[in-house]
Write a protein that binds this ligand. Structure first.
Ligand code: PRP
Length: 187
């Protein structure tokens, strides 16, 4: 799905599909080089990171394993807190593995901070992070991000995995939602 298909709900585009593709291709080349001979385990936290994980893994030139985790965070409203529970766990034992966590966005950083610490606790040989987007204005906890995508302003962004109420995940770019949509006056 493209911006033109949902232009009534979208305020403006932030990152085009071409920019996303180019960035992911660069990161995939770097990751393929860095993990040569080590067959990394790519871990995506559902659901938002799925698009990025698929794009990254397909652009890589080395074999990689993929796995998924579903987490619940409890907090007020739409922002997460530090309390996280596992809704659906990985099917892989990460002990001794070189893990690359793939995220669509880092907001407060709580989700990523918990995930990195949990995978290290389980005995991963290494844990690194690729985040397609970061919202620095909202950061509460710092987590080292080795592979970086784009910084975005503190606005309601959707697309390429990111949703509003489960909508717009299949948009091929990253865009800012019109406030009328989440304020309820525009469906
Ligand atoms: C989003 C995103 C990250 C997390 C980032 O997931 O995919 O996992 O929030 O926020 P944080 O840095 O404040 O922890 P969300 O909980 O919205 O679930 P979804 O991916 O299924 O939409």
């Amino acid at each position: 799905m493209q911006i033109a298909d949902v232009q009534e709900q979208i305020d403006h585009e932030l990152v085009s599909s071409q920019q996303i593709e180019r960035k992911i291709r660069q990161v995939a080349a770097q990751v393929s080089h860095d993990y040569q001979g080590r067959r990394p385990l790519l871990v995506a936290v559902l659901k938002g990171a799925v698009n990025t994980l698929v794009a990254l893994s397909q652009a890589m030139t080395i074999d990689a394993q993929i796995d998924f985790m579903s987490l619940s965070s409890y907090g007020s409203g739409s922002s997460s807190s530090g309390r996280i529970t596992v809704r659906q766990d990985l099917s892989t034992d990460v002990k001794g593995r070189n893990v690359l966590i793939v995220e669509d966005i880092i907001d407060s950083g709580y989700t990523l901070d918990w995930t990195v610490r949990e995978l290290k606790r389980r005995g991963a040989a290494s844990v690194e992070v690729f985040a397609l987007l970061e919202k620095p204005a909202r950061r509460k906890v710092e987590v080292p991000v080795k592979y970086k995508g784009f910084e975005v302003p503190d606005e309601f962004v959707v697309g390429f995995g990111l949703d509003y109420d489960e909508r717009f995940r299949n948009l091929d770019s990253i865009a800012v939602l019109k406030p009328e949509v989440y304020e309820g006056s525009l469906v």
